[in-house]
Design a protein around this ligand. Structure first.
Ligand SMILES: [Zn+2]
Length: 88
């Protein structure tokens, strides 16, 4: 029997993918909203494909806000985009 790979839904494009193909946006007590490219940090998170487009889509369709159940100011999205570019 094939091993079941747990799938997560991208809050940008709504596609289902394996966790390892995705990055997370985490809500943390210490640092606020951060980008977790490794998927190893703890916290409540939303999943996104490793694509800048999905980050943009999540910003546009408010998928990230829905998933994290909070409103996210523009500057946080800008930070996430910067972090994404760094991690690329
Ligand atoms: Zn996506």
């Amino acid at each position: 029997m094939a091993k079941k790979i747990p799938l997560r839904q991208c809050v940008g494009c709504s596609k289902m993918k394996g966790k390892k193909e995705m990055m997370r946006v985490l809500k943390t007590a210490e640092d606020g909203i951060i980008l977790d490219m490794t998927g190893k940090k703890n916290g409540r998170g939303a999943y996104l494909c490793m694509e800048r487009e999905c980050l943009k889509k999540a910003r546009k369709n408010k998928g990230l806000e829905r998933s994290l159940k909070m409103s996210i100011p523009d500057e946080i999205y800008d930070n996430l985009e910067k972090e994404f570019e760094k991690g690329e």
